[in-house]
Design a protein around this ligand. Structure first.
Ligand SMILES: NC(=O)c1ccc[n+]([C@@H]2O[C@H](COP(=O)([O-])OP(=O)(O)OC[C@H]3O[C@@H](n4cnc5c(N)ncnc54)[C@H](OP(=O)(O)O)[C@@H]3O)[C@@H](O)[C@H]2O)c1
Length: 307
């Protein structure tokens, strides 16, 4: 995909950015010149991710021996990493303090989230509270701090300091699914919160709050999930290759069969890539989207039938 964004000098936190959709979003901002904070709960994965990105972008910026670029062309982005479990208020305070030392946060992407299937009658209070903590309160805690900062007036310019907040929700938030209603309702809650918080930006030109609603996207979280097996008696996605081999069909045909039978409304008829979703996110926070605020932006391959 060759879309060029300019986020030079901006500071972006993408929660849950060691893998999946979060990682793809983080890479787009990095490639566009932003300083980024890699985040998850696992320090080791963060360190590996930061090292990989530094290598990749050093190469791109021509600091390796094979491709020398002019000083002007070189990437000077900083890549930070911080581990925090966003269900723990003490961890949230620590990551907030860490970012405050770096500078003003321009972009907050509330992407970290968890999902697992469990029948409604089996769901305990603990299941409900845990998922609301991981998917809703995680974003609430960070936004409570950083949106306030974005709305603060800069003493010199007398304008708000500015910024963009995105809640990565899901098309599942628009259609309640009984096989994991505790998850789909967290995604619905994010939409309501988005709209409410956007109200706080009334009359402010440089602060916006939006939700992004991806559809089924091929990520480690989805690949490892038992969703498809549980709901559709479909082989685990991780075994898609094995299934294709056993049935003597290509992996593409195996995926296509899945969509034909179980997601007939999808116009895309295949999984989105994390990068496709990330591009929609980069658009939403860009100056090309200043007319979009408080919105629930679908990026779901047309799976939601209603207008
Ligand atoms: N993939 C899809 O089909 C799809 C569709 C619609 C919406 N979404 C939404 O998109 C977001 C990302 O999904 P994904 O498929 O990319 O997920 P993923 O591959 O499972 O990655 C999830 C990320 O979130 C982090 N995370 C989870 N719980 C956390 C917590 N309590 N504190 C800090 N970090 C935490 C994980 O870090 P750890 O390594 O520490 O676990 C990981 O980095 C989620 O909000 C999901 O609901 C996904």
């Amino acid at each position: 995909m060759s879309v060029t964004w300019n986020y030079k000098g901006k500071l972006a936190l993408v929660t849950g950015s060691t893998k999946g959709i979060g990682r793809a979003i983080l890479e787009i901002y990095l490639e566009a010149g932003a300083n980024v904070i890699v985040h998850s709960r696992k320090q080791k994965e963060i360190d590996e991710c930061v090292a990989e990105l530094k290598k990749k972008y050093a190469a791109k910026s021509g600091t390796d021996e094979t491709e020398q670029k002019s000083e002007k062309e070189k990437s000077h982005s900083n890549i930070y990493g911080f581990a925090a479990d966003l269900t723990k208020p003490a961890d949230v305070s620590q990551i907030v303090a860490f970012i405050e030392k770096i500078g003003h946060l321009d972009i907050l992407i509330n992407n970290a989230g968890a999902f697992y299937v469990k029948e409604f009658f089996e769901l305990t209070d603990e299941d409900w509270f845990n998922l609301f903590d991981a998917n809703v309160m995680s974003g609430v805690r960070l936004t409570r701090h950083f949106l306030k900062k974005m709305l603060e007036k800069d003493e010199t310019t007398k304008k708000c300091k500015g910024g963009n907040v995105i809640f990565v929700s899901s098309e599942a938030g628009l259609r309640g699914l009984p096989q994991f209603v505790h998850y789909t309702s967290t995604k619905a809650a994010q939409l309501n919160i988005t709209r409410a918080l956007a109200e706080l930006t009334r009359g402010v030109e440089n602060v916006r709050v939006n939700a992004l609603l991806p559809g089924p996207t091929w990520t480690p979280g989805v690949e490892d999930s038992d969703y498809f097996t549980f709901v559709f008696f479909f082989p685990p996605l991780a075994d898609m290759k094995g299934m294709a081999k056993r049935e003597n069909i290509s992996v593409e045909d195996a995926v296509s069969n899945y969509f034909k039978h179980y997601e007939p409304n999808s116009l895309k008829q295949k999984f989105l890539t994390a990068e496709e979703v990330a591009q929609a996110c980069a658009f939403l926070t860009s100056d090309a989207a200043t007319s979009i605020n408080g919105s629930s932006q679908k990026a779901e391959g047309g799976i939601v039938y209603h207008i």
